[in-house]
Design a protein around this ligand. Structure first.
Ligand code: AMP
Length: 283
């Protein structure tokens, strides 16, 4: 049984992690933006199952939001989050302030790898620059053995894995499966924005990915046909603000034409004011 320690100061966090490692413990790190749900908690469980010491970070990173995005509205449930983390045997929660992460004069950013360019990178041109910068800072502040990320943000997981390889960051990246509601909706902190009719529409994201998977199982190999089926299913479900439908190489995220090997199907769409993403490995 462990008790949850909360640290807010950037100048205290490094020694807390290095102390755990000096005690011979393996350290797992779960970076989040809070408003925790079962998706986040699945990463916590993956960490507590394979590491002796688990640290979770809660930081709504301003540099990964564009001025037009939902930074100001982003949900925050800090007290509930801390209760959930304590119940899940988390050892440490790091809740820095934005002025400590980005003090006056901060001006160094990571130029993210090529895999950041398509899909999310096209729709949100400065997003991965902010993600890569804050994640590298967290890896420095909390030098863990293993960091846990969700497949929910599949492109993000590729960006971070490439950054870690390219910059020789001594940390292992583990990517964990998407946690879904019973009806298929991928858990997201942003789901709280959805009205009940919007939530109904949102179901067509996971449903269309499921349908695409079935098409491939039935023998379809033409990517254009599958993308079009996904589009039709989204439109039928009332989702008409589609940002992208991608059938991409799982490593490069380059669009494929023929499905000879497994691909990633990735979707981004707006439902009212809420932007949702989902993905699934197919074939
Ligand atoms: P966020 O707080 O949205 O930045 O997410 C923090 C981490 O949780 C990221 O690695 C996400 O990919 C992961 N995550 C978010 N939603 C889910 C989900 N439904 N299933 C699994 N992991 C998730």
């Amino acid at each position: 049984v462990s008790t949850l320690q909360q640290i807010t100061a950037c100048n205290e966090i490094y020694s807390a992690i290095t102390q755990a490692r000096a005690e011979g413990k393996t350290v797992g790190l779960v970076p989040t933006m809070g408003a925790l749900h079962e998706g986040h908690l699945s990463l916590v469980r993956a960490s507590t199952e394979s590491c002796d010491f688990t640290a979770v970070t809660i930081f709504v990173n301003p540099t990964q939001f564009a001025p037009s995005e939902d930074l100001q509205q982003y949900p925050s449930t800090l007290q509930q989050d801390i209760t959930a983390l304590a119940e899940h045997q988390v050892d440490l929660v790091f809740t820095p302030n934005k002025h400590d992460i980005y003090p006056a004069g901060f001006s160094t950013y990571i130029d993210p790898p090529e895999v950041a360019l398509p899909l999310e990178g096209k729709q949100r041109p400065t997003h991965f620059r902010g993600v890569a910068t804050v994640v590298l800072k967290l890896f420095h502040l909390l030098p863990a053995d293993i960091a846990f990320f969700g497949q929910k943000d599949y492109q993000q997981s590729l960006v971070i894995q490439q950054m870690v390889r390219d910059l020789d960051v001594p940390i292992e990246i583990r990517v964990c499966p998407i946690v879904r509601e019973a009806d298929g909706l991928a858990l997201s902190s942003r789901n709280v924005y959805l009205s009940s009719s919007e939530r109904q529409q949102a179901l067509s994201l996971s449903a269309s990915l499921e349908q695409a998977s079935q098409l491939v199982t039935a023998g379809e190999r033409n990517a254009d046909i599958i993308r079009e089926k996904i589009r039709q299913m989204l439109l039928t479900g009332g989702v008409d603000e589609i940002e992208y439908i991608s059938l991409a190489d799982p490593e490069t995220l380059g669009e494929v034409e023929q499905l000879s090997t497994p691909v990633m199907a990735l979707i981004a769409a707006r439902i009212g004011k809420t932007r949702l993403i989902d993905n699934r490995r197919i074939g």
